[in-house]
Unconditional design. Structure first.
Length: 180
């Protein structure tokens, strides 16, 4: 569940553990992202300006991780997840969400309900970018697959998502493998 078992060397960023339940400036809490190559690939020359203008809303709930508002493009982050989540997962989630920030700025509909989540083009673009970064960190397909698991996607859905973004799902328990 949004867990990676190994520790990976992340770029020099700071992600807060304890946050107020309020709307804040992104760069006040998430530091160093403007220097990350994977982030600069998203926004190019506009990186510093976009991040300095970005707002982040911390909410209190045991459910959910991060998202982007389709009303004004601000980042929405669970304080519980920041406190309890795995550092690599949180880092990759920020990279993923920043792709949605760009999509919002491009006028794209973030939640096009004509697609299911695991097929939605805006999601696939965000996942592909985060997965490129995960591979750069040294994560295997199996580790990336585990990162993709969330409680609101079924096993079939997470497997479809994985295939859509070029991650080879591990064999299903009980099929293909025979243990003596
Ligand atoms: Zn997304």
């Amino acid at each position: 569940m949004k867990e990676t078992s190994r520790k990976f060397l992340l770029p020099e960023v700071q992600i807060p553990n304890i946050v107020p339940i309020a709307m804040q400036n992104f760069t006040q809490y998430f530091k160093g992202f403007e220097k990350v190559a994977a982030v600069r690939e998203i926004f190019g020359e506009d990186t510093d300006r976009v991040l300095s203008e970005l707002k982040v809303e911390f909410f209190s709930s045991k459910f959910g991780y991060m998202g982007v508002s389709d009303e004004d493009g601000h980042l929405i982050v669970s304080a519980y997840y920041l406190k309890n989540g795995d550092p690599t997962s949180k880092y990759l989630d920020v990279v993923h969400e920043l792709v949605h920030v760009k999509q919002y700025r491009q006028g794209k509909a973030l939640f096009d309900e004509t697609f299911e989540y695991h097929d939605r083009p805006t999601e696939l673009e965000a996942y592909r970018h985060a997965v490129d970064e995960a591979r750069r960190l040294g994560m295997s397909d199996h580790e990336i697959f585990e990162y993709l698991r969330v409680d609101w996607m079924s096993e079939d859905e997470v497997r479809k998502l994985a295939r859509n973004i070029g991650i080879k799902p591990p064999p299903r328990r009980g099929d293909g493998e025979r243990v003596r």
